[in-house]
Design a protein around this ligand. Structure first.
Ligand SMILES: Cc1cc2nc3c(=O)[nH]c(=O)nc-3n(C[C@H](O)[C@H](O)[C@H](O)COP(=O)(O)OP(=O)(O)OC[C@H]3O[C@@H](n4cnc5c(N)ncnc54)[C@H](O)[C@@H]3O)c2cc1C
Ligand SMILES: *[C@@H]1O[C@H](CO)[C@@H](O)[C@H](O)[C@H]1NC(C)=O
Ligand SMILES: *[C@@H]1O[C@H](CO)[C@@H](O)[C@H](O)[C@H]1NC(C)=O
Ligand SMILES: *[C@@H]1O[C@H](CO)[C@@H](O)[C@H](O)[C@H]1NC(C)=O
Ligand SMILES: *[C@@H]1O[C@H](CO)[C@@H](O)[C@H](O)[C@H]1NC(C)=O
Ligand SMILES: *[C@@H]1O[C@H](CO)[C@@H](O)[C@H](O)[C@H]1NC(C)=O
Ligand SMILES: *[C@@H]1O[C@H](CO)[C@@H](O)[C@H](O)[C@H]1NC(C)=O
Ligand SMILES: *[C@@H]1O[C@H](CO)[C@@H](O)[C@H](O)[C@H]1NC(C)=O
Ligand SMILES: *[C@@H]1O[C@H](CO)[C@@H](O)[C@H](O)[C@H]1NC(C)=O
Length: 494
């Protein structure tokens, strides 16, 4: 936690010399007055709720809001946005608070945080299969409710504490994505509070441009109070697995990663969802198979043989069994209060199939440089856009998500168990990415805003997250949020 009280004392004492520089904290009193007058619930500075709501998942980026609104209704959200806009304070919705860049807190000090997580109702319509999900719900709660209300689901990530909003507004890749696509592919409508505090609906037929932008860049366009998601009936049984791959030398790693890539290009059935998980101590292939254990074993056999892997776990079970397995022991049904954190730096990369030079660069950096880093780092390589992938089958221009065609989605993640992340840590991740992308045209790779690199400048970030969709997003942003009320350091600029 930041030393909240001292910060405010310093601001008070420094009043005279700061007069020329407008600080958002100078507006704290006026903002709270506006919120109180409108009847918007808020956290009082220093209270237990303030501490909980201001604590991001990534403690490395521990920003201090100028105020925290805790809406219970759409009207509260409207009034919170209106107060911020009137006073020239930047405002951001926070759902699960899991942004690696702490963008739910605005990605810098002095924003109004609109803490959505008390609005987390999930209602399934059993006849249409449409789920109405409030904009402060966490993924575990959503999965739990959809299963219990009608044995249904949609495709999304695995961590129960992640917020549905940040996740589904920017992608939402998970262990069902090869078979069932991204979380945003299941969104059929949303209710949104815009920067001028009006409420609109967005869908294929209402405000279709906004609906397009919400599915990939939603955080920049408004505050979603409620989603409508389509759902699928969950299969009776699925099989989740972990295979341990003995990639202990650089040569074995090169052959192993090449084998995984060949499999992803040529042999990946629609039913299989898989990622390669690399740490300093071990390498695993892990995932979810839509089918029985025998089917999984037959599907993986050639890859297991080629990589000398051992299928350490292949467990057939019901839907919630796999949800629990991938939730890593965390209780599935998550809501406020949620208090789990890490201290880390991350980056990401989408690539097409890598040629020999590029594979060599990746494996070379892994063995020659990354292995010398004794922190608890990992690289996760999702098979994102195989030929059978449901992600890839959707027209890339049908939503703002720009990177459907890429085969791999890499997450580079470097953390410390305790204390402060070291400043010399940043280059280790940046060079890892840099060594793979060296020589690849910038138009031939991209990055994922849900796995953001918080050290990128805004211009680079925008083009790397949204690629060819950026001009259309900027034009829409200029129309609906010209003053950039929903600003953060890597968002779409008007
Ligand atoms: C442990 C962990 C596991 C993860 N696993 C996966 C995974 O398997 N697959 C994957 O794709 N990603 C994964 N992620 C990344 C995750 O999808 C993103 O961090 C996501 O943005 C988190 O959403 P949030 O609501 O929790 O975050 P927040 O920090 O609350 O919000 C993230 C962004 O969304 C905006 N936002 C939040 N609520 C709203 C709203 N109601 N309306 C408009 N904008 C809003 C915020 O302003 C911010 O810009 C994981 C992250 C963590 C920490
Ligand atoms: C929805 O369907 C499930 C299972 O099919 C059933 O258990 C549940 O009672 C239904 N809920 C409603 C509200 O009809
Ligand atoms: C948005 O759609 C929902 C669900 O169909 C409806 O209840 C609500 O009244 C609509 N709101 C607006 C502002 O159109
Ligand atoms: C899969 O797609 C890749 C690249 O798009 C292509 O080179 C390859 O031939 C395809 N494989 C199959 C089996 O279709
Ligand atoms: C698998 O083992 C065989 C026999 O020991 C070896 O020749 C081959 O290089 C190994 N492959 C990998 C990817 O480690
Ligand atoms: C199949 O799933 C059900 C729950 O849906 C579970 O109770 C059962 O044990 C599973 N059966 C097998 C053979 O895995
Ligand atoms: C590749 O890694 C090396 C060693 O860490 C580093 O010096 C170099 O700058 C990196 N290359 C790129 C293009 O990032
Ligand atoms: C791989 O691609 C890079 C960049 O496109 C190119 O410079 C390199 O020569 C290629 N290597 C091989 C082995 O084809
Ligand atoms: C609010 O903004 C939207 C989108 O730009 C616009 O259509 C609407 O007219 C505005 N409403 C008001 C009351 O200004």
């Amino acid at each position: 936690m930041p030393p909240l009280a001292p910060l405010f004392i310093i601001l008070g004492l420094a009043c005279a010399s700061r007069a020329a520089i407008a600080s958002p904290f100078d507006k704290a009193e006026a903002l709270n007055e506006c919120l109180t007058k409108a009847g918007v619930p808020t956290d009082s500075l220093g209270s237990a709720d303030w501490k909980l709501d201001a604590a991001p998942f990534n403690l490395r980026l521990n920003f201090t809001p100028v105020g925290i609104a805790v809406p219970a209704t759409v009207k509260h959200v409207q009034d919170a946005v209106s107060c911020a806009a009137k006073l020239g304070v930047k405002a951001n919705a926070k759902c699960g608070g899991h942004s690696y860049g702490s963008f739910g807190l605005g990605g810098e000090d002095g924003h109004l945080t609109i803490e959505m997580d008390r609005m987390n109702k999930v209602v399934l319509d059993n006849t249409t299969g449409i789920a109405t999900v409030e904009g402060g719900s966490r993924l575990g709660h959503v999965a739990w409710e959809l299963y219990n209300q009608g044995k249904r689901a949609f495709s999304h990530g695995t961590c129960p504490g992640v917020g549905v909003s940040g996740h589904a507004l920017h992608g939402g890749y998970g262990v069902s994505s090869n078979t069932k696509g991204l979380a945003l592919d299941w969104m059929v409508g949303a209710t949104v509070v815009l920067a001028n505090s009006t409420v609109v609906n967005a869908s294929a037929t209402e405000n279709p441009d906004l609906f397009w932008a919400l599915r990939g860049a939603g955080s920049c366009m408004g505050v979603v109070t409620e989603f409508r998601f389509n759902t699928f009936p969950v299969p009776e049984n699925v099989t989740f697995f972990v295979a341990s791959v003995p990639l202990r030398t650089e040569a074995a790693a090169l052959a192993g990663v090449q084998a995984v890539q060949d499999f992803a290009l040529n042999d990946m059935p629609e039913e299989l969802n898989m990622r390669l998980f690399i740490t300093n101590r071990f390498v695993n292939l892990e995932g979810l198979y839509y089918g029985d254990k025998a089917g999984l074993q037959a599907t993986l056999a050639p890859l297991i043989q080629k990589t000398n892997a051992t299928l350490a776990l292949a467990q057939q079970g019901g839907w919630l069994d796999q949800v629990k397995h991938f939730g890593n022991g965390v209780t599935v049904d998550q809501s406020h209060p949620y208090n789990y954190h890490e201290t880390f730096y991350s980056s990401s990369l989408y690539t097409k199939a890598l040629n020999e030079t590029q594979l060599q660069a990746f494996v070379g950096y892994w063995f020659k440089q990354a292995k010398a880093n004794k922190r608890d780092w990992y690289v996760q390589i999702d098979i994102h856009g195989s030929n059978t992938s449901a992600v890839r089958k959707v027209d890339v221009d049908s939503s703002a998500y720009a990177h459907r065609d890429y085969l791999f989605l890499f997450l580079f993640y470097d953390r410390v168990d305790r204390g402060v992340y070291p400043t010399d840590g940043f280059t280790s991740i940046q060079n890892f990415v840099g060594n793979v992308t060296a020589g690849i045209e910038p138009s031939q790779w991209g990055q994922y805003i849900n796995y953001p690199d918080s050290r990128m400048d805004q211009e680079t970030a925008q083009s790397s997250y949204w690629g060819s969709h950026l001009p259309k997003l900027q034009a829409l942003k200029k129309t609906i949020d010209p003053e950039d009320v929903f600003h953060y350091p890597q968002g779409v600029m008007p």
